[in-house]
Write a protein that binds this ligand. Structure first.
Ligand code: BGC
Length: 529
């Protein structure tokens, strides 16, 4: 899942208990959908809004002037403005900070309160944004939305993986990512519509419509119950039991209840999950998870997701065509995520990542060559045929990202960390991701101005590096149960086996025992994301 992902146990000792798909499970899935949509909408909405004339005129008059006098300034630098980039990036910085706090509130006060808090942050952020009179209000609104993202992305996936029966958890993992991509697409469609509105306030409608999912999330959080795991963790055993019966739709919950209580007890024994993470034997997973997050962002995907309309406008597309092209890339993103859901357990993670590496590299290389040859600093536009070709190349780039680094950047960390460090590992994963998302959001338009078409060479070089990383350093984890990871994955790997010094490794038997009792809580309940 994006920023958080649902840590699904990917096999092994996770027992299957009696569980029906009760109304509350359905409502939980809807909540996840809304949480994902909300995040995606926030990702997708800023690009279109920042390319709208009335918005620029009001908040960034200098940028507006530049867009009105194309011949005067370098095309590539039209949108280079730190404030404009801050409008997009501030959300991720706030999200990053809020994640730490949310990790605490989810544990201390429960998932429900944390989701409710997220809802209030979202509503406050939307109101400030839609009513913004100056840059301060605009940025404050984005910061509040970012806090909402931090809280929601912490609590919603956790809530889901605790409420949903085990058998549908894996599917939920990628469906959260799917909802994010749908949110991005909806935002692109809304921007296309509001740009055509008469008057100066289309951007207000774009930003204000985020209020709809925000309200749904808040009202939903009011009505759902907290999870049994969270109630037990906070010592409310009787209530935990009652809730478990209600959500599973059966009175036969004793075995699962006992496991939850035991898991909660054991999880409390792991005193320093973050210290654990730094131990030598956890190095491979830690290095891989951090690298995957940095690489995911350095594919350059968010240059497209955040700034596609601006980028297309830079290439001389005109406002409407720019927003229209962003819809096309948004739709490709959604469809290709579906492709990933279908193939991920069939073809494996490595195949998808390597195939996508080739496709992303070539797409970016060709885009760079075309722009290098066709877009000069002061040329008016790219020409119709070339413009269509560039959009097609952006689509081949986005599609390969969406069936590889998009969902797998989240899935792989959630399935490689052993039980004792999964929650802490997941928190680190999310934070590193948001940090580098922030970096790209804050730097892209300036980089475009300085590197010009070379920005695509820059990203393609990164794609080359990350593909070599996958080739040599990322082992295949498809269909490997968690308790067999050490033997079947790490100990077989040329480099990583050096970290699997037997004296220091919990043996697989111990893992299996831990898996029995601990995975739920360790994975979901303790400072996890
Ligand atoms: C990434 C986001 C990105 C999205 C695009 C996610 O996996 O983490 O940064 O915007 O994919 O679909």
């Amino acid at each position: 899942m994006v920023a958080g992902g649902i840590s699904a146990p990917s096999g092994g000792g996770g027992k299957e208990f009696e569980a029906k798909v009760t109304p509350i499970v359905v409502i939980s899935c809807l909540m996840a959908a809304v949480g994902g949509l909300m995040f995606g909408y926030d990702i997708g909405i800023s690009g279109g809004v920042t390319s709208m004339g009335p918005f620029l005129k009001k908040f960034f008059p200098k940028v507006y002037k530049r867009t009105q006098n194309p011949g005067e300034n370098s095309n590539y630098c039209k949108y280079d403005n730190q404030g404009l980039q801050l409008f997009t990036s501030s959300l991720y910085l706030a999200g990053l900070t809020a994640t730490f706090l949310a990790s605490y509130t989810t544990r201390k006060f429960g998932r429900k309160i944390t989701m409710l808090t997220a809802g209030f942050f979202f509503i406050a952020g939307v109101v400030l944004n839609a009513a913004a009179q100056n840059l301060g209000m605009l940025i404050a609104g984005r910061i509040l939305l970012g806090c909402g993202v931090g809280f929601a992305n912490q609590a919603v996936p956790l809530f889901l993986s605790e409420i949903a029966p085990t058998r549908i958890r894996g599917a939920l993992n990628i469906s959260f990512q799917l909802m994010v991509t749908i949110g991005i697409l909806v935002a692109n469609l809304v921007n296309y519509g509001t740009n055509k509105m008469k008057g100066e306030n289309g951007w207000r409608v774009s930003l204000g419509l985020a209020g709809f999912p925000a309200l749904l999330l808040t009202v939903g959080a009011l009505f759902v119950t907290d999870t049994p795991n969270s109630l037990i963790e906070r010592g409310q055993l009787d209530e935990g039991k009652t809730v478990l019966k209600k959500i599973r739709g059966t009175d036969n919950i004793e075995p699962e209840f006992e496991q939850l209580v035991e898991a909660s007890r054991k999880a409390k024994q792991i005193e320093h999950p973050f210290k654990n993470l730094l131990m030598r034997r956890n190095r491979p997973q830690l290095v891989i998870s951090i690298a995957l997050q940095i690489f995911q962002q350095f594919t350059g995907i968010n240059a497209i997701m955040f700034y596609a309309p601006v980028l297309f406008d830079t290439l001389g597309f005109g406002a409407n065509a720019s927003l229209y092209s962003a819809i096309i890339t948004g739709a490709v993103n959604v469809l290709s995520t579906l492709v990933s859901m279908y193939f991920v357990d069939k073809l494996g993670r490595r195949f998808l990542l390597l195939q996508a590496g080739v496709q992303m590299f070539l797409s970016q290389l060709v885009i760079a060559i075309i722009l290098g040859l066709k877009v000069t600093d002061h040329s008016e536009n790219l020409g119709h045929g070339w413009a269509i070709f560039v959009v097609i190349l952006v689509c081949t780039f986005v599609s390969s990202f969406a069936w590889s680094w998009g969902p797998l950047g989240w899935l792989i960390p959630s399935e490689t960390f052993p039980l004792e460090t999964r929650s802490a590992g997941q928190s680190v994963t999310v934070c590193v991701n948001l940090l580098f998302t922030f970096v790209i959001a804050q730097a892209f338009l300036s980089m475009l101005c300085h590197f010009k078409f070379g920005i695509f060479l820059f990203f393609s070089a990164w794609v080359l590096i990350m593909s070599f990383f996958v080739l040599f350093l990322l082992p295949e984890t498809k269909n490997v149960p968690i308790e067999e990871m050490t033997e079947r994955v790490w100990k077989q790997h040329q480099l990583w086996k050096r970290f699997m010094d037997d004296d220091h490794v919990l043996d697989d038997k111990k893992y299996s025992q831990l898996e029995e009792g601990i995975y739920k809580n360790n994975e979901n309940g303790q400072s996890s994301v």
